[in-house]
Design a protein around this ligand. Structure first.
Ligand code: TYC
Length: 103
């Protein structure tokens, strides 16, 4: 990209491009009929550093609505957390899933 002053910063567009904040991605937890509520709370506390109260509210919200946003993170962190959820679920033989979406 080239040109001058795309957003009124006085910098060339090329420079503005390089200075952009990394975009955040939503980590979204999906409901299922088999994973126990206690396990979901443990996942939220272990992988997302949620308090027991917050983890419990998020879990209940996902249980009622079918899905829920757990947090917003840069791509690498979001993807790693989703992998960790799937690894923890696989280890305990639960089908718990989460997805990563552009914020
Ligand atoms: N629906 C599950 C149950 O009734 C609990 C659950 C909540 C599972 C949230 C997954 O992301 C989830 N045991």
């Amino acid at each position: 990209m080239s040109g001058i002053d795309g957003a009124g910063t006085g910098l060339s567009l090329e420079r503005e491009e390089k200075l952009k904040e990394p975009e955040d991605y939503r980590v979204v937890l999906l409901n299922d009929d088999y994973t126990t509520m206690d396990f979901v709370v443990a996942v939220l506390m272990t992988i997302f550093q949620k308090s027991q109260g917050d983890a419990s509210s998020i879990m209940k919200d996902v249980h009622r609505k079918g899905r829920g946003v757990v947090g917003r993170y840069p791509w690498d962190i979001a993807a790693t957390k989703a992998d960790q959820v799937h690894a923890m679920a696989r280890k305990h033989e639960y089908p718990l899933r989460c997805i990563v979406e552009k914020s």
